[in-house]
Design a protein around this ligand. Structure first.
Ligand code: FAD
Length: 288
């Protein structure tokens, strides 16, 4: 199918982009890996596309201020390969490896994935479990939106139509913290039937002091569970199944064409156990 008619703008400065977005009927075009299929299927009909691919100043990945800041034009592949970002927050690379296929990652952007707010996407769950933020600007100002508020509903980011998301901030992993990502998809690169991003912090005696899991494909928005209490007795060879059972009892996924609710819940429990164990192992192996 062909897209509906739209006006096309290719601004050269951020101010030009904000002017083009100001009347509210426009959509930002970043990598186009989600937006173009939506247009072709006529599931979106913006009056204007504001193509930000000429804004080279948004193609950034910086490790600073206690985390990783990813600019709106940084493609998945570039972020995945960034060794500084992977060292500061390993969960970013661990999750990006599961996003679609290499050709899509070469073009799609991390911030575009957040702005698309697909509940089956990996990066929203990562931002949510880490408690990250999205920086948005418009002609009238700038604001920082916490992940807990950003994902308002399926495909519904808390962005106004006149706002451009300029960057996302992923807090760095603290001392003795490990992360892991696990998902199940029918084929590698497909959207996951269920997925888990896990973060585990140990103390010097190898006791769990924090355990969190962020879920994708089990609800309309990324869901974050604090599993610290359930996992509190777990040390290196600890009782991760208890934490997974706690999570399973709190997840309420829906049925769809791809999997039943029961199957998704079961899968999420298995993946929770696997991801928590791997994150704890990584916490043990991280220096300092
Ligand atoms: P675009 O398609 O350009 O935009 C997506 C939406 O976000 C649009 O509404 C757009 O207006 C808005 N937007 C983009 N950037 C901004 C911004 N800076 N400010 C405000 N709004 C903005 N994704 C996954 O996470 N996991 C997968 O397994 C997966 N599999 C895929 C398989 C296929 C076959 C395809 C085609 C895509 C798949 N994707 C998957 C989606 C892909 O990762 C996209 O790149 C990503 O979701 C959106 O990034 P983008 O830069 O292409 O955004």
């Amino acid at each position: 199918m062909k897209p509906p008619q739209f006006d096309y703008r290719a601004p050269r400065t951020a101010d030009e982009a904000l002017d083009a977005l100001a009347d509210g009927g426009a959509k930002v075009l970043a990598g186009g890996q989600s937006l173009i299929p939506l247009l072709n299927m006529r599931l979106a009909a913006p009056s204007r596309l504001v193509d930000i691919n000429g804004l080279a100043e948004l193609d950034t990945v910086e490790v600073a201020g206690g985390g990783v800041r990813i600019g709106a034009l940084a493609r998945h592949t570039r972020v995945e390969r960034d060794t500084g970002a992977a060292a500061a927050q390993p969960l970013i690379r661990q999750a990006l490896r599961h996003v679609a296929h290499p050709v899509i990652r070469n073009r799609g952007t991390v911030v575009g994935s957040l702005a698309h707010a697909d509940p089956a996407a990996e990066m929203p769950a990562v931002l949510a479990v880490l408690g990250g933020t999205v920086e948005a600007v418009s002609a009238t100002g700038r604001r920082t939106i916490p992940a807990a508020e950003f994902f308002a509903g399926p495909l519904e980011p808390a962005l106004r139509p006149d706002e451009l998301a300029v960057s996302a901030f992923f807090p760095a992993a603290p001392r003795r913290t490990g992360t892991a990502f696990a998902e199940t998809a029918r084929r590698h690169g497909d959207y996951a039937l269920a997925g888990v991003a896990a973060v585990v912090t140990l103390d010097d005696d190898l006791r769990v002091t924090a355990a969190r899991a962020g879920y994708l494909s089990v609800g309309g928005t990324p869901l974050v569970l604090d599993l610290t209490e359930a996992a509190a007795s777990a040390v290196r060879t600890g009782d991760w199944p208890a934490a997974a059972g706690y999570a399973r009892a709190r997840l309420d996924p829906g049925d769809d064409l791809h999997a039943s609710a029961d199957y998704r819940r079961h899968l999420a429990g298995v993946l929770t156990e696997r991801a928590l164990r791997a994150a704890a192992e990584e916490a043990l192996s991280r220096e300092g």
